[in-house]
Design a protein around this ligand. Structure first.
Ligand code: HEC
Length: 129
């Protein structure tokens, strides 16, 4: 029975390490869903792929993607994010190249599947800031 005594603490330490490392570094509330997407990560995608056309300094395009508030405001045709429903959100439909929407970005490579999923999850989980 000696081996068990040696193995058990090692397993306990491993399990603890795993549990600790799966918590967000900023110590978010434990009640938060583990799949909740942080808006900050969504903004990073816009910063990298969209702002050259969708920032405040571009004229003739009402959709501004520089902040949570502007994204939620939408454009002249209305909201681009429908909280909880990606399939009704022009933002998601445009990045996923859905028929009837201008594919975004309009030229070059589309967003990676990972970035598209990130935005989808963010909308589906309630599009919180
Ligand atoms: C090369 C410039 C350019 C880039 C880059 C670009 N857009 Fe656009 N976007 C436009 C223009 C121009 C329009 C308005 C005319 C149109 O719908 O084609 C538009 C329209 C949109 C719309 C409304 C489409 C609809 O069908 O309702 C959304 C949403 C959007 N863009 C999101 C994005 C996102 C998100 C990105 C980054 C992944 C992005 N755009 C990158 C130029 C751009």
């Amino acid at each position: 029975m000696k081996t068990l005594i040696k193995v058990a603490p090692a397993a306990a330490i491993l399990t603890m390490g795993f549990a600790l490392s799966s918590y967000p570094a900023d110590g978010a509330a434990a009640s938060e869903s583990p799949n909740a997407v942080k808006y900050a990560d969504v903004q990073k995608v816009f910063n990298r792929h969209c702002l050259k056309c969708h920032d405040e300094h571009k004229s003739g395009d009402a959709i501004i993607l520089t902040s949570f508030e502007m994204v939620m405001k939408g454009g002249k045709d209305g909201k681009i994010v429908i909280k909880g429903d990606a399939s009704k959100s022009p933002l998601f439909l445009a990045i996923s190249g859905a028929p009837g929407h201008s594919a975004m970005p309009p030229k070059g490579r589309k967003l990676s599947a990972k970035d598209i999923h990130l935005i989808q999850d963010w909308i589906e989980s309630g599009a919180e800031k």
